[in-house]
Each structure stands twice: as C-alpha cells, then as structure tokens.
Design a protein around this ligand. Structure first.
Ligand SMILES: [Zn+2]
Ligand SMILES: [Zn+2]
Length: 267
C-alpha cells in the first residue's frame, strides 16, 4: 500500500522541525508524497506576534525551503502548500503571499475573532453554549467551503470536537453534518481525514464516523494528513486513517501532485 501525508508543519509557523527534517522523516517511512502546509500568513489582529503563522516576510524563505527539499529528495513528491485560516476577506492575503503553492488546506480555528482550538484559552467556550459553538463553527466552515479561495481540501472538518465535548442532541448533529456535507459537495471541495484528534482530548480521528459517512454519501472526496507539528509525528497513523475511511465507505484517497494536479490511491 502507498502512504502519504498531506498536512505537516515546521518551525516556519508553530511546528518544531524544519522542512528538511519532515521530508527526511517521510522518506524514512517510505511515504510517496508529503505536503508542506505551514500556517499561512495572518493579519496582525489575529496573530500579532506570528505565534502560530508564518510571518509575511518569511513566506519566501518557506517556499525556498520546500523547493530545496524537493531537489534533495527526488524519491518523494514534496507538494508546496499552506494551511489557510478562513476569515472574511482572507482571499486578499492569500493571493499576495501564496507564491507557487498548489495545495491549500482550508481551516476554521477561530470564531468571531477568537481561537477555539487553544486549550489554554477557553474564553470563547466559556461565553457560549456548546450547541451554539458547534452551530457557529459549521456555519463559518460552510462559508470557507464556498469562498473564492477555492480550497483544495478542508482540514480537520470537525475541529470543534477537539475537546471531546459533543452536543447531546442527535437531531442537531445530524443537521450540522448534513449541511456540512452539502456545503462541501456544492463547493466541490475535498475534506481531510486526520489523525490529529488522537493527540487532543478527543482521542479520535477527525471527522467523526457519522460525519465522514455523510461526506461519503454526498460524494465528497478525501485527503489524509497527520497535522504533524514535529518530525517524529509525520505519517502518524496513516494506515489506520485508510482503514477508517474504508469503513466509512470510501474506496480511494485523493493526493495532490507537485505540478498542481491530482491522483488517487485505491484503498
Ligand atoms: Zn489546523
Ligand atoms: Zn495544521
């Protein structure tokens, strides 16, 4: 079986390793593709100290490092990407700094200007009911699918579950999952199956089995990624992600190519 990892970070944003270390690790694991997807440049209002995003002035160096790793490792496809936060108006910065990136992950990490995935700052969670956080999350998520950026794949589609807190209302969940899958299908965007939730209080893959099955029923294609922030985590549980996707009904995984195209791996 051929394995890939289409979601990885380095110290250019909030990861620990270098591009070279991530790519070398992917080669050691025998992966056929790694996508470099550091957190895209954010406006100063969202990340004033560039604590989690690549500073605008460093975007060129990030892209250069990917090019160098691609030349140094012809045995693996090194895809140039970014993980882009969606917020109203994000298109302008993405146009300005994306460079030659061909793979754009779309993410919702913040709602109404406040982070929801920072376990050290639960202010947004404390001010809103769980049901309302989930509803708002999927509302913004659907806007991200439909926005003009045209994301390649939506990262960790139900990131809002990271704390392991799920609304106790099956009808609400069904509605949210159904509208998320419709939004992705309408926009023609892929969704990511991710092992990152295993390293959060959730302790499970994103998206939840029922959400992934709903995406599958709507014909939404998938990519896979570890969301590694450390070279040691590159490729984390990819074989298990394939099995998980198979159980949800998927027969293939989509993989971006270095020239901006796509291919698929049969599961
Ligand atoms: Zn993310
Ligand atoms: Zn990420």
């Amino acid at each position: 079986m051929e394995y890939v990892d289409c979601h990885t970070h380095t110290r250019h944003s909030d990861g620990r390793g270098t591009i070279e270390e991530n790519v070398a690790r992917a080669c050691a694991l025998g992966l056929s593709t790694i996508a470099c997807t550091d957190h895209f440049v954010l406006p100063p209002t969202m990340d004033p100290d560039c604590a989690c995003s690549v500073p605008a002035g460093d975007a060129g160096a990030y892209l250069d490092d990917i090019r160098a790793a691609r030349e140094a490792h012809p045995e693996i496809q090194v895809v140039t990407g970014w993980e882009c936060d969606f917020y109203p108006g994000c298109e302008r910065l993405i146009d300005r700094h994306r460079g030659d990136a061909t793979f754009l992950l779309g993410s919702v990490h913040a709602l109404d200007g406040q982070w929801i995935d920072d376990l050290g700052d639960l202010a947004y969670w404390e001010r809103h009911r769980l049901e309302d956080v989930w509803t708002r999350y999927f509302e913004v998520w659907a806007q991200a699918c439909a926005c003009d950026v045209g994301f390649s794949s939506m990262a960790h589609p139900d990131l809002v579950s990271l704390r392991g807190l799920v609304p106790d209302d099956p009808a609400l969940l069904r509605d949210l999952y159904e509208s998320a899958a419709s939004a992705a299908a309408r926009a023609g965007v892929r969704v990511e199956v991710s092992s990152a939730g295993m390293r959060k209080p959730l302790g499970a893959f994103y998206p939840a089995p029922d959400l992934l099955a709903t995406f599958c029923a709507h014909g939404v294609p998938i990519t896979v990624g570890s969301d590694a922030h450390d070279p040691a985590v590159v490729g984390d549980r990819v074989a298990d992600l394939y099995a998980y996707a198979r159980r949800a009904g998927y027969a293939q995984v989509d993989v971006p190519t270095v020239d901006g195209g796509w291919r698929s791996i049969a599961l």
